[in-house]
Design a protein around this ligand. Structure first.
Ligand code: NAD
Length: 283
């Protein structure tokens, strides 16, 4: 068997154009366009690139850009004040605090000051609580992107054995709860899991979010499984995922490549979340 390759770029492009049409419809009605505030503290080059990409994507779909750069030596109080301004601004629909923040600042405590209605990263304690309870709310972007890819390729989740490798607050835990909400039977693996290959090889849907290049090999993949690789690892051979693609592609039914799989979905879902936040605020 050779797996069908899931084309994340194509799915992300469709979502971006859907969002662009929604924004157009909003402004056509005479309403103000949804707006995203990006708060970048310090000058970490990777964070600067991520934020620039998010702002460019917003501009492309007509979402208003409210960029709030702060110096690396900004105090907690200064960052909280900027988040507070964004919380109160009628023009700002979504707030994104780029993580990690510089040493000396508490990223989790800062994130918690974002009002849940504008929490487009879905990382505040209230948004996480809503996710766990399965009540409406904004969900984290990369996990949403994983579910969108599965839906786009008509992967049946109800009753499926889903195994998630990784238990981070950013990816592993939220994607597990999204799968649970879709009635999959979910197992979460992590660095202390015994017999990782044994557990993974039960999975109809295997999601790898570890940060360890090529960790998931042929022995982890049940024949006919759907394999979603969230990992993005910079190696001497270029970008690699957590899945040994060459080994897994011969056993899986569907598989995401790296790059071009989950990666493009994150920003697309951020755009969608920003419009969802706008609608939430309008009731
Ligand atoms: P993290 O470091 O916060 O979490 C990694 C998790 O993997 C931990 O829960 C740990 O227990 C588990 N783990 C570590 N070694 C393991 C092992 N040998 N066996 C089983 N589990 C193990 O990482 P993260 O933020 O969740 O990111 C994971 C990967 O996804 C990274 O490569 C990151 O770059 C990537 N990522 C991609 C996107 C995207 O847009 N595609 C977004 C976020 C993260």
């Amino acid at each position: 068997m050779t797996a069908t390759i899931i084309d994340g770029r194509e799915v992300a492009a469709r979502i971006r154009s859907e969002v662009a049409r929604e924004v157009e419809a909003i402004t056509w009605r005479g309403e103000r366009a949804p707006g995203l505030a990006t708060i970048l503290v310090g000058d970490d080059p990777a964070s600067a690139i991520y934020v620039a990409n998010k702002r460019k994507a917003c501009a492309e779909v007509g979402i208003a850009d409210f960029h709030r750069p702060l110096p690396a030596d900004a105090s907690m109080a200064e960052v909280v004040a900027v988040i507070g301004e964004c919380n109160r601004s009628a023009e700002v629909s979504g707030i994104l605090l780029q993580l990690p923040v510089p040493e000396g600042l508490d990223g989790a405590a800062l994130t918690a000051t974002i009002v849940p209605e504008k929490d487009v990263d879905g990382l505040t304690p209230i948004s996480v609580g809503r996710l766990v309870q399965g009540t409406p709310g904004l969900r984290p972007c990369t996990p949403l992107g994983v579910i969108e890819l599965l839906d786009s390729y008509d992967v049946a989740l109800e009753g499926a054995e889903a195994v998630v490798v990784g238990r981070s607050d950013l990816v592993g835990k939220p994607v597990s709860f999204l799968l649970l909400q879709r009635n999959a039977t979910v197992t979460i693996c992590h660095s202390r899991t015994r017999d990782l290959a044994g557990v993974c090889s039960r999975a109809d849907v295997l999601v790898a979010a570890v940060g360890s290049p090529g960790l998931i090999g042929a022995e982890h993949v049940k024949p006919g499984a759907v394999v979603i690789d969230v990992g993005i690892n910079r190696t001497d051979d270029g970008l690699r995922g957590d899945v040994d693609f060459e080994a897994a592609v011969g056993r899986a039914r569907l598989i995401t490549p790296v790059p071009g799989g989950v990666g493009p979905m994150t920003i697309a879902m951020l755009l969608r979340n920003t419009v969802a936040a706008y609608s939430l605020q309008r009731g």
